[in-house]
Design a protein around this ligand. Structure first.
Ligand SMILES: *[C@@H]1O[C@H](CO)[C@@H](O)[C@H](O)[C@H]1NC(C)=O
Length: 330
């Protein structure tokens, strides 16, 4: 074979490989491909995930979010993915709603469809430990777990779960037909490893450490339209967080979560953000505004808003401390 032929063959071969790669890439991430191919968006955005209308209101009221003038949003599966900047940092944000399916769907869509470098989540939670976290505070956990995944044992099963319903009989503990339940691990899938069963999902250590550094002097909001917190709100780093699809207002169960798992907060979103982001091998961090205490009196709307706003302040300060990752085409 002549030299020229060989060279031509090589070029054709290379073209075939490239064509195959770009088809795969566009299937995986169509928007990223379109945007990066002409270098219109030559950087990765941070993905901001929030759960509620109250969280979104905090973002809007701050005046720090500026929608993109050309493409302010994309709608997918009934969710709106907002494109813009938060205090000049390029972000995309989505309101996920609560509960595992809604949250996981929103996070997965965000990661699959857009060029996102990592996920910053903020939402509300209930405190399980009043000595550590009170309404208005912000928890920055170091690990989260799904604590609503149970194997519910047969009555009088020999192999007992840790949650023993008879221990909660009132006024005296005793036997209870509900028996016992054992909290279960959950499958963590990932693209580069075999799936494994896990209980605690660790927050990405680089971002957890960066948050600890950046937010140590953060001043939080104390009052909102006539409501003031009784004390000065604070950021608490390194707690453990429990997530389930049920809303825990029950003090006895809250005490169980604190005692058995050392979980200081409960919510219905954080572990979904963690599991979905870890599956995609991206980094993430969680900011929880404490809006009430499990078993305590209900907070008024002013306190709930302050909790939301404080979690937003933490997320924003963190986001603005992260350098924007550039793509190679710039
Ligand atoms: C429980 O959590 C607190 C704070 O989140 C921590 O200081 C303490 O060391 C933990 N205890 C155990 C036994 O892990």
């Amino acid at each position: 074979m002549s030299r020229i032929n060989l060279a031509a063959l090589l070029v054709v071969g290379l073209l075939m490989v490239t064509a195959k790669q770009s088809t795969q890439m566009s299937l995986r991430n169509p928007t990223a491909e379109i945007e990066t191919s002409n270098c219109k968006v030559a950087f990765l955005r941070l993905g901001l995930v929030l759960t509620s209308d109250n969280n979104e209101k905090a973002l809007m009221d701050s005046g720090l979010f500026e929608p993109d003038s050309e493409n302010p949003h994309v709608d997918i599966a009934g969710r709106r993915f907002h494109v813009g900047t938060l205090n000049k940092t390029p972000i995309m944000y989505v309101k996920s709603g609560t509960h595992s399916v809604n949250v996981a769907t929103a996070v997965q869509t965000l990661l699959l469809k857009f060029p996102i470098s990592g996920i910053i989540f903020f939402g509300s939670s209930g405190s399980l430990d009043e000595d550590m976290l009170v309404p208005g505070d912000v928890a920055v956990p170091k690990a989260v777990a799904f604590t609503g995944v149970w194997e519910w044992k047969k009555f009088r099963s020999e192999n007992k779960g840790k949650l023993v319903f008879g221990d909660f009989n009132y006024p005296e503990n005793g036997e209870n037909l509900l028996g016992t339940a054992e909290h279960q691990k959950i499958d963590l899938f990932s693209s580069s490893e075999e799936s494994k069963e896990v209980f605690w999902l660790p927050i990405s250590s680089s971002w957890f450490e960066a948050a600890t550094e950046e937010l140590k002097d953060l001043k939080l909001k104390k009052c909102h339209s006539g409501t003031c917190l009784p004390g000065t709100p604070k950021v608490v780093f390194g707690s453990k967080a429990s997530t389930s699809d049920f809303y825990v207002k029950n003090k006895a169960y809250g005490d169980f979560l604190l005692e058995k798992f050392n979980a200081s907060t409960t919510d219905s979103a954080s572990a979904s953000v963690a599991l979905t982001t870890l599956s995609n091998e991206k980094i993430f961090v969680v900011f929880q505004g404490v809006s009430n205490v499990a078993g305590g009196k209900s907070s008024n709307s002013g306190t709930k808003y302050i909790a939301s706003y404080n979690a937003f302040l933490a997320a924003t300060k963190f986001i603005n401390s992260i350098p924007t990752p550039r793509l190679a085409c710039e």
